[in-house]
Ligand binder design. Structure first.
Ligand code: SAM
Length: 482
């Protein structure tokens, strides 16, 4: 049976304050309309109505001394007893839900979208919310203690941010608006609640635009005008991921990597985040290697190179290759020669020590230098051409987007380099013919197959696919030295 829609008779919020006029905005906009439409009953009470002296006093000096005034427990107690005794929501069968007493305080738990959603669900289920707005140094602490201990209410102290306001009224406005818009029927199009910031995806929303499409020379991104729903959704998701990484990395710390698809992971990797296992994202940094990295690079290269060798290559040959080309001394040599080599590494920002991946690029010594072997030189014409010699990440981080982030960082370095005044026109690589996964990876990063070459680890000849990526649409050329 579909549950009957609740009306303002049973969706009720009470606010108590010494400045009831402060709550006047609750007559406006979404909340005001919800009240008028009978979706929400909202009562604002003047705390001073429960004061007992001629001056309607609600505060007194702090016991134990100190600056400021504290709001009296007896006045608050009288007010809350009276408000809680007034008509609550129609009790559902069984136990009527205990009201929730919400006490704004900078010392409370942060109000989040998920807490707002919980409160909206409670309201929808017939729980009354009562908000007690403090002033001065706050409300005598025994008030919260008493209502919780006596089982008269569930007490929740909440904060709307790490700053101190003069009173709880703004925090009450914030809570009512955040909760009310989540009540069924309050927001016209419930779809608009789905993909917004702090929604179920746990991300910030990306930028939004409307007409005019060209405003002061600022043009709405083409993809949003394309009418292609898939591309638009992807674009929005990517911008949300990037914005979250830039502005609220704490949200990514809490994101479940299982909720991310491959494209999400690639975007996050370009922002320095990968699925590091253990159900969490890991932050990493891509940087140019420095001479001190030689030993760590040798360890990483020595551990990863053998894993990528095709089956059948004798272990001794692999070890000899590593010793000859990837030893600490060889790495020290590469790192001491920044004209001849580009080395980019990825390093975990915390927790997991050591390097996570690396790229080694060999730059040509002259603008018209031919690639090492004749079969490579014959396969493509662009010069000067750099060789992408190695691109490896630790085994647990394959498929996370980390290698892509490293590769793109290497491309950026290559694009910024010149050889005898010439920009690099292309970068080439050889990858084992049987390694389809690697080939797909390089294709996604702009490489196309141009031929084959023979590559030796020890005596065993291996057949590699040669792939090339042009560095610019014009294919490079003389850089204007002026
Ligand atoms: N002495 C209190 C403390 O240091 O935690 C601050 C009291 S503040 C001046 C007065 C009232 O403003 C509080 O009782 C609370 O109702 C409200 N208030 C101030 N900052 C707030 C915040 N960040 N979130 C929620 N309520 C706040």
């Amino acid at each position: 049976m579909t549950p009957a829609r609740r009306t303002s008779a049973d969706v009720r919020i009470d606010v108590l304050s010494i400045f009831p006029d402060y709550l006047a905005p609750l007559d406006l906009s979404l909340v005001g309309r919800a009240r008028r439409d009978g979706l929400l009953r909202l009562e604002v009470h003047d705390l001073r109505d429960w004061a007992t002296d001629r001056h309607r006093t609600v505060d007194d000096t702090p016991v134990g001394g100190g600056a400021g005034m504290v709001m009296r427990a007896d006045v608050w107690g009288a007010a809350l007893d009276a408000v809680l005794a007034t008509d609550g929501p129609t009790p559902s069968p069984g136990e009527p839900p205990r009201p929730i007493l919400l006490v704004p305080t900078p010392a409370g738990a942060p109000l989040t979208q998920s807490r707002a959603q919980d409160l909206a669900d409670e309201l929808g289920a017939g729980t009354r919310l009562v908000i007690a707005c403090g002033r001065y140094e706050g409300i005598d602490s025994r008030v919260a203690e008493h209502y919780a201990a006596a089982g008269l209410a569930r007490v929740q102290e909440y904060s709307i941010g790490d700053y101190v306001l003069g009173g709880g009224e703004v925090a009450a406005l914030v809570l009512v608006e955040a909760v009310a818009r989540l009540l069924p029927g309050v927001v016209g199009n419930p779809e608009s609640l789905v993909e917004e910031s702090h929604g179920s995806a746990g991300l910030l929303e990306g930028p939004v635009y409307t007409r005019p499409l060209d405003w002061r020379g600022l043009i709405v991104p083409e993809v949003l005008r394309s009418g292609h729903h898939g591309r638009i959704a992807r674009w929005r998701r990517d911008r949300g991921l990037e914005r979250t990484a830039a502005r609220r990395p704490d949200l990514l710390d809490r994101l479940d990597p299982g909720s991310l698809d491959r494209a999400d992971k690639a975007t996050l990797a370009s922002c320095g985040w990968v699925d590091g296992g253990e159900g969490r994202l890991t932050r990493f940094e891509v940087r140019d290697a420095v001479p001190d990295d030689a030993a760590a690079l040798a360890a990483l290269a020595g551990a990863t190179f053998p894993l990528a060798c095709p089956p059948g290559v004798p272990v001794a040959d692999v070890a000899a290759f590593v010793a000859a080309h990837l030893s600490p001394e060889r790495w020290a040599g590469y790192l001491a020669d920044p004209v001849g080599y580009v080395v980019v590494v990825a390093e975990a920002a915390a927790r997991r020590p050591g390097l996570l991946g690396y790229v080694l690029v060999v730059l040509p010594s002259t603008a018209d230098a031919e690639p090492v072997a004749a079969d490579v030189a014959a396969a493509f014409a662009q010069r000067p051409a750099a060789e992408l010699s190695k691109c490896y990440v630790v085994p647990g981080l394959q498929g996370t987007g980390l290698a892509g982030a490293l590769l793109e960082a290497a491309h950026d370095r290559i694009a910024a380099r010149t050889v005898e005044g010439h920009a690099l026109a292309a970068v080439w690589l050889g990858t084992n013919r049987g390694n389809r996964r690697a080939q797909r990876f390089y294709r996604r990063h702009g490489y196309t197959a141009v031929g084959r070459r023979t590559f030796r680890v020890g005596d065993a000849p291996q057949e590699d696919l040669l792939m090339v990526r042009r560095m610019s649409p014009s294919g490079g050329g003389l850089v204007d030295a002026g």
